[in-house]
Write a new protein. Sequence first.
Lengths: 209, 184
Amino acid sequence: MSNQSSNEKKAPMALFIIVGIALMFGGVAISNNPAVKSAMVPLKEQGLPIDPGKSIAVIGVFLILFKVFDMFYFGPLREAINERNTALERSFSDAIDLREEIKKTKAEHDTQLTKIEQEARERIQASVKEAQDMRAGIMAEATSKADALVAKAHEEINREKDKVMVEIRQSAAALTMMATEKLLGESVDNERNRKLVAEFIEKAEVPRA
Amino acid sequence: MAEHRVAARYAEALFAVAEESKVVDAISDDLRSITEAIRTDPQFKLFLNHPSVGREERVKVLETVFSDKATALTMQLIRLLLEKRREGIIPELSQAFDRIRRDRYKVMYAEVTSAQALSEDEIKALEAKLAKSSGKKVEATYSVDSNLIGGIIVGIGNHVLDGSLRGSLDRMRDHLLYNFNTTN
């Protein structure tokens, strides 16, 4: 593309130079032509020193100079300006693309964020529910254990109560026996003992084997 | 356990010979005396069982001590036991001999414990009642235990006839405890 345009530019440039040289030489030739010089004398006398040959040569020179300037100064300058414009346009385009991309990314990010928030909310709700279930389970277990402990404590209290009651009864029986034994010891004399032995002998029966 | 079996065999053999010689009661008394001596005299028991005392020496001492008190058959038995190194079974042998004798002669043995020593009349009355009740002759040993408070206990084989105040108190205590426990 660039080569094509360069070739297209070279043709008018050569044309311009050829035309310029032709005009320059033609102008010089016209200026030096005596017929033309004599034709210009009346105008010179009237205060208009016009030399068409020189004017044509100057036009030729200008054409050549215009092309030379265009080639070595205006051309690169234009190209630089064009490049800069192109770069700026590309930058703008890139910036626009980037902005679009940022917008798109932001939208995606927002969507993702919304999704994440939704998921997080769901997870939090699930965790809260799980925690509530766990709490309920722990409470139920603790209640059950507490009930079991209370029941065990009641059972133990009753057992201890029974034990103490048995001990009290045994102590009461032992005290009763001690008192009775003491009374008997004091009241059983020889006569009473003989009577007991006699009663025993009277009632004694040998068990059959 | 093995000594019991050995003592029972010796007792049966001894009883057969004693019955033949009609000295069953005398042998029984001799064995009871020797057993009592072993039981009550630790020195005598030590002498019988001491390893440094020779067999002949033991025989001599026993003959010296018991020859004028024991029958010839008893002394023969003692010599035999010493020769066989079976002097340790004398108490079991005595018991086994008495069991055989009582079984053969239908004698009932009773252990009588009373709070106070029984009088002769009481002993006679008791033995007569036991003999009448069992249809056997009665042999009894008597002891006194003041813990009975009053009354008498008669042990016959595996049976106990308890006529003591101690027994009544124990039964009363058991009854009280049983009532206490069942009324809860």
